[in-house]
Ligand binder design. Structure first.
Ligand SMILES: [Zn+2]
Length: 393
């Protein structure tokens, strides 16, 4: 991370320099070559001079988010190759849409405590560490771990999982190995000079009590705690993205409690809210906070990869949005904009050959009435945000 940060600062300074110098050259009246672009004469960085005009730097990044990685036994049995597991083929067709974003975040609903602890499925999950490897391979670089299944196999599964996340250099949030670990705010510093904080909370842990004195093992929804962490995150990062495990299972629209909590978080100035837990998709919306700020929310991202076999539970998606940071004359403006969505479908046959497929690519053979279902999902997701773009290439 330190290396990335230094590199980020370096590239950022370099880009600013190029932009400043190009601005200077553009100011020269050159009638002979009116179509020449700034990029074509940026071979040599010119010594920085005192800028005469206000510096205007615009940087942009994108973030993609996926819902529940809920690894049932049918899914991990299908991934078994020899004595280890390979989930990469299941994500092959969605990898291009995850790896093209600057940052990609997944909700890892089941802990990846690994085989040594003994794998398990519903109702108390423990998944192979290779799930993490496949996410990393597909382009994911942050995982949200505060879920109702976080404590399924106790502290040991969490500690083993975190050991693996650290080994593969995956940022994790919402479940921590110690008090000290939790106090370390998760902020991704991008090379573009935009910093993003990732927070994560769950409504509960399926009745499994949080071990005494170990609150750090899972972040529970607690308005006071959330408000404190949000204000800390807002101080240190350009954008605050908050993952929320909430809502009623299998309901396709948010309930009043979800809406109230989202309003509370919008009032606190959270920029983006990524909801999950219902296992089905719930729509996207813009919510206005008490200071006139706008919060982008997706109430539920649905299942991304699971063994659940009811139609709507096989549908999830990749939610994407863009962040622009404009610095002009000492003033910085950060804006979250252009939400996009790629609906996905978990295809399998006889509990084998699991594969996550972009819905727009589905053939009639892969899913009967594929295009009818796809249109219905698009309508459902954009009902409150008609301008929601759908990724189709
Ligand atoms: Zn859940």
């Amino acid at each position: 991370m330190t290396k990335g940060t230094i590199l980020g600062i370096f590239i950022f300074s370099f880009l600013s320099l190029v932009l400043v110098s190009c601005g200077g050259e553009n100011a020269i009246d050159n009638n002979t070559e009116p179509t020449r672009t700034a990029g074509s004469h940026a071979e040599k960085p010119i010594e920085p001079k005192e800028p005469k005009e206000p510096i205007n730097v615009v940087q942009e990044i994108s973030i993609s988010a996926i819902g529940d990685m809920l690894i049932h036994n049918s899914v991990y049995n299908d991934a078994l190759v020899g004595s280890s597991y390979d989930f990469k083929p299941m994500l092959e067709r969605v990898k291009p849409f995850l790896s093209d974003a600057t940052i990609s975040i997944a909700n890892q609903e089941t802990m990846i405590g690994g085989t040594e602890l003994g794998l398990s499925s519903y109702p108390t999950f423990n998944s192979p560490t290779e799930v993490g490897d496949a996410l990393k391979w597909a382009g994911v670089n942050v995982v949200s771990l505060a879920n109702n299944h976080t404590l399924d196999r106790g502290e040991e599964a969490i500690q083993r999982a975190i050991e693996h996340w650290e080994a593969i250099d995956m940022m994790y949030t919402g479940s921590y190995k110690s008090e000290q670990d939790r106090d370390q705010l998760r902020i991704m510093e991008t090379e573009e000079g935009i910093s993003v904080a990732f927070l994560s909370y769950t409504y509960g842990t399926n009745g499994i009590p949080v071990p005494t004195g170990k609150d750090y093992l899972v972040n529970l929804i607690d308005q006071e705690l959330m408000a404190a962490e949000i204000s800390k995150a807002k101080e240190k990062a350009d954008v605050v993205v908050l993952s929320l495990h909430f809502g009623n299972e299998y309901e396709r629209l948010p309930n009043q409690q979800q809406k109230d909590l989202v309003q509370f978080l919008a009032d606190k100035g959270v920029d983006v809210i990524l909801g999950h837990h219902p296992h089905v998709l719930q729509p996207v919306d813009w919510v206005t906070g008490e200071n006139g700020n706008r919060t982008l929310v997706i109430y539920s991202l649905g299942n991304f990869l699971s063994g659940q076999d009811e139609f709507y539970r096989q549908i999830g998606g990749i939610f994407k949005f863009h962040i622009t940071k404009t610095m002009s004359d000492g003033e910085t403006v950060v804006e979250v904009h252009t939400p996009e969505f790629l609906p996905t479908f978990v295809k399998y046959e006889n509990w084998r050959d699991y594969e996550v497929i972009p819905m727009y690519q589905l053939t009639e053979e892969e899913l009967t009435n594929a295009s009818v279902h796809y249109e219905e999902i698009k309508e459902h997701m954009s009902r409150w945000v008609p301008e929601l773009k759908f990724i189709e290439e």
